[in-house]
Design a protein around this ligand. Structure first.
Ligand SMILES: *[C@@H]1O[C@H](CO)[C@@H](O)[C@H](O)[C@H]1NC(C)=O
Ligand SMILES: *[C@@H]1O[C@H](CO)[C@@H](O)[C@H](O)[C@H]1NC(C)=O
Ligand SMILES: *[C@@H]1O[C@H](CO)[C@@H](O)[C@H](O)[C@H]1NC(C)=O
Ligand SMILES: *[C@@H]1O[C@H](CO)[C@@H](O)[C@H](O)[C@H]1NC(C)=O
Ligand SMILES: *[C@@H]1O[C@H](CO)[C@@H](O)[C@H](O)[C@H]1NC(C)=O
Ligand SMILES: *[C@@H]1O[C@H](CO)[C@@H](O)[C@H](O)[C@H]1NC(C)=O
Length: 425
């Protein structure tokens, strides 16, 4: 066991530096672009586009907010498609009052829908949002115009870090169908990336496992999302069957050993001649929070071959290794993961039929269990491999092998660091 422990600690050290880069979505980011498509007497008109390039992380209600600091004394004369949340103090020198005179404008979408961004792999057509701003109070020297500074994005949580807005190749768009290309005068671009360490959120999700061949259920590791007692920052909980007046509070969950608001359960259900069947269930332990347009990523070698998910929409992630499947709800059926009530938790579930590949298929050594799972882009805490349900008639060979153990430890350590950091802070 000791060498593994050593490797584990080494990996912990390395991932501190890389701050938990996600191998399943290495290029994920939200790109913010300012396209100056017109100049005015005292400034410019820019289209600001917020494009979500995250494969399986979306922007939920109440939507994004974008802020920055002006490099000079700019004002926003007008804005369409969004609003500045505060007008700020405008000088009384002009007849027309600008929309916003704050040196640190904060912009939000005018409609709820406009503030939401779908995950790129689920729906690229609704994965962006755009608004136009007319910027003024600048002089005539256009080459001296500077991009806004200190870009901030809440989407809708903290945790995004944006790079400096920099000059990029001017954006090109098609007009008159695809007959003509038009180019803007100038483009500034920045990429914002998410880190759950920065957002320092309490973990939200854990994984439990069961099989047809072993009556034991491997539950979520206890305290996956904080502990019930003596932990100020964990979720407040209410016991099953109890009713309280404040159950509408979005932070209150049902009391469990894991204390996670969400649990993903993987049940190996049946072993057929050419296929095997798994039941995947996502449960919501919140009393006052629904998840709209939820999504789940599952990495498992069985997804290398075509498979069927009966009740969920799905696609493969375009990452290497090609064994990560993305699942989400079907329209008018289960796109909403509802909150629980005093008697039962909310849930969505599907059966998945996987092909048996004669070379790879086995139920030994934990092969049948997922390698990692994300809910809405957040890593779910997995049980340790030595807790996985075993094949019957024991034998040491049925315990997960060393290499598998090591790999799983590596996979887990990221979640674990997040968590350890969280409990140490
Ligand atoms: C941001 O996403 C775009 C589109 O996937 C990609 O081209 C770009 O390299 C990404 N940026 C970073 C810093 O990963
Ligand atoms: C650019 O601004 C000029 C004058 O300010 C205006 O006439 C023209 O319609 C604007 N063009 C676009 C594409 O908004
Ligand atoms: C305009 O600004 C640029 C960059 O700051 C500067 O190099 C240039 O001299 C300025 N031109 C005029 C006419 O002031
Ligand atoms: C931008 O952020 C840096 C670091 O937080 C700060 O020192 C600087 O004053 C900010 N700039 C503006 C214009 O607010
Ligand atoms: C969640 O959805 C249910 C059913 O649509 C609704 O009754 C409930 O009020 C929703 N909860 C919240 C917090 O919006
Ligand atoms: C599955 O997802 C695709 C892409 O978002 C969507 O166009 C399609 O309508 C979805 N199908 C169902 C049954 O929800």
């Amino acid at each position: 066991m000791q060498p593994y422990l050593l490797m584990f600690m080494l990996f912990v050290a390395v991932s501190r530096i890389s701050d938990c880069y996600d191998p399943l979505d290495p290029n994920g980011n939200i790109t913010v672009t300012f396209d100056i498509f017109n100049y005015t007497q005292d400034g410019y008109v820019a289209r600001v586009t917020i494009q979500n390039y995250y494969q399986y992380r979306h922007v939920e209600k109440p939507g994004w907010k974008l802020g920055w600091a002006w490099a000079k004394d700019e004002v926003i004369w007008a804005i369409s498609g969004a609003v500045a949340t505060k007008q700020g103090a405008c000088k009384p020198s002009t007849d027309v009052k600008p929309h916003c005179c704050s040196p640190h404008p904060l912009i939000a979408a005018t409609t709820t829908e406009g503030g939401l961004l779908a995950a790129w792999a689920i729906n690229p057509h609704t994965s962006y949002s755009a608004f136009d701003i007319t910027v003024g109070n600048l002089d005539q020297n256009r080459t001296a115009y500077r991009p806004p500074l200190n870009l901030t994005l809440t989407a809708p949580t903290w945790g995004y870090t944006c790079g400096t807005l920099q000059d990029a190749l001017p954006s090109i768009s098609f007009v008159a169908g695809v007959l003509r290309e038009e180019q803007v005068f100038r483009t500034w671009r920045s990429e914002c990336t998410y880190s759950s360490y920065i957002s320092s959120k309490v973990p939200i999700c854990c994984v439990s496992l069961s099989t047809f061949y072993n009556p034991d259920i491997t539950s979520c590791p206890s305290c996956s999302c904080g502990c019930r007692v003596a932990d100020r920052s964990s979720y407040s909980c209410i016991s099953e069957g109890a009713i309280s007046s404040n159950v509408q509070d979005a932070e209150i969950v049902r009391c469990t050993d894991h204390m996670c608001p969400l649990r993903v359960h993987w049940h190996i259900k049946t072993n057929y001649v050419t296929h095997w069947r798994v039941k995947l269930t996502v449960s919501n332990y919140h009393y006052g929070r629904n998840y709209s347009n939820w999504n789940v990523v599952v990495q498992h070698p069985g997804f290398r071959a075509p498979f069927t998910a009966l009740e969920f929409n799905n696609t493969m992630l375009s990452t290497v290794p090609e064994d990560a499947a993305l699942f989400w709800g079907k329209v008018l059926h289960n796109t909403e993961l509802l909150q629980g009530n005093e008697y039962e938790v909310g849930s969505v579930t599907t059966d998945i039929l996987l092909q048996k590949n004669a070379d790879a298929f086995t139920l030994r050594n934990g092969w049948g269990f997922p390698r990692r799972i994300y809910f809405n882009g957040e890593n779910c805490r997995m049980p340790l491999p030595d807790m996985f349900p075993m094949l019957p008639n024991g034998g040491s060979g049925h315990r997960p092998g060393g290499l598998f153990l090591l790999k799983t430890l590596l996979y887990l350590s990221c979640t674990c660091i997040m968590w350890c950091r969280y409990i140490l802070v």
